[in-house]
Design a protein around this ligand. Structure first.
Ligand code: 3PG
Length: 307
């Protein structure tokens, strides 16, 4: 059995070593494709792989068609919008993610971006503090929970909106549950996005919603660029000189935003949220274990596509 790690953005070496140990201990062979620049390299590398570990790497119908021996794709991370689930189902390939494994890393970065924003992108001018401010968590999943925990350490008042959770489930963790996204944005000084990119959420963060943020409102996006309606984001930037946006998922309109609003807009050049040794080890080794358990025992616990 050949297990491929295909990562445009490589894991830390210590994580690759850990994955190799899991794979080789199971009697399988590990192949590594990192920092590839052409899709053809992935098509070639995956041709004889039985399993693949990926990050935000695109697994579309063309890749699946080239992967004649493939049985399983594990996205070492949370969001699997980069995998064509229907095409995988049609090809008889199981798709899994590794929920929760990199969520502390992403949450730490979200709060780091918040500090950077309220201190005026470290430009030397007098900023504000997080203490006593209201933070809204948009979707209270694994990352949202970690953001809440860290934000409480800053002395923030933490609110959350999650359409898939009851108020009781959120409030038992000392976070105030709100009943709509509109309420979250109008209540909080800043909102941290933790929604996945799905057909329902794409473009859902629009002008009307963002304009509910009070004066000095801040949006922190460590989720996906696709959830933002970028045309309306640009309009909001033009209309509200107090609005700030910090992102770990570079917008398509990055060049325009950086040129016009450099004093209140920032994006990391490459998604950094899950890029820590700890997150790489947690997600990478979980992915390797899930592959071994699937191939040896048929365990499909973390499967995300239909059969
Ligand atoms: C995730 O969905 O797990 C995060 O967005 C991290 O993505 P990455 O593995 O591409 O850094």
């Amino acid at each position: 059995m050949k297990i491929l790690i295909a990562t445009d953005k490589p894991f830390a070496k210590i994580a690759v070593d850990g994955i190799r140990k899991e794979i080789e201990n199971a009697g399988y062979e590990l192949a590594l494709l990192e920092k590839y620049t052409e899709k053809q390299q992935l098509l070639d590398a995956i041709a004889d792989a039985n399993a693949v570990i990926i990050r935000s790497d695109i697994i579309d119908a063309e890749v699946l068609a080239a992967a004649k021996q493939l049985k399983i794709v594990v996205r070492a991370g949370a969001g699997y919008d980069n995998v064509d689930l229907d095409a995988a189902t049609q090809a008889g390939v199981c798709v899994m993610n590794t929920p929760g494994q990199n969520s502390n890393a992403v949450a730490e970065l979200a709060l780091g971006l918040a500090v950077y924003a309220v201190r005026n992108l470290y430009n030397g001018s007098s900023g504000t503090e997080l203490l006593g401010k209201k933070l809204g968590i948009h979707a209270y999943g694994n990352v949202g929970r970690n953001v809440a925990r860290i934000a409480k350490g800053f002395g923030m008042e933490v609110y959350a909106y999650d359409p898939f959770l009851t108020a009781e489930a959120i409030e038992k963790e000392g976070v105030k549950a709100l009943s709509s996204a509109e309420e979250l944005y109008s209540t909080c000084n800043m909102v941290s996005l933790h929604i996945p990119a799905t057909a329902e959420t794409k473009n859902s963060i629009n002008y009307t919603l963002l304009n509910k943020l009070p004066k000095g409102g801040l949006l922190i996006n460590t989720a996906r660029k696709e959830v933002i309606n970028e045309a309306e984001l640009l309009q909001l930037f033009a209309d509200r000189t107090d609005f700030k946006y910090v992102s770990d998922v570079m917008p398509s309109a990055h060049a325009e935003l950086a040129e016009k609003y450099a004093d209140r807009y920032f994006s990391t050049p490459k998604k950094m949220g899950a890029q820590t040794a700890e997150a790489n080890i947690n997600a990478g080794i979980a992915a390797a274990k899930q592959i071994v358990d699937f191939l040896k025992n048929g365990n499909e616990k973390f499967r995300v596509n239909n059969k």
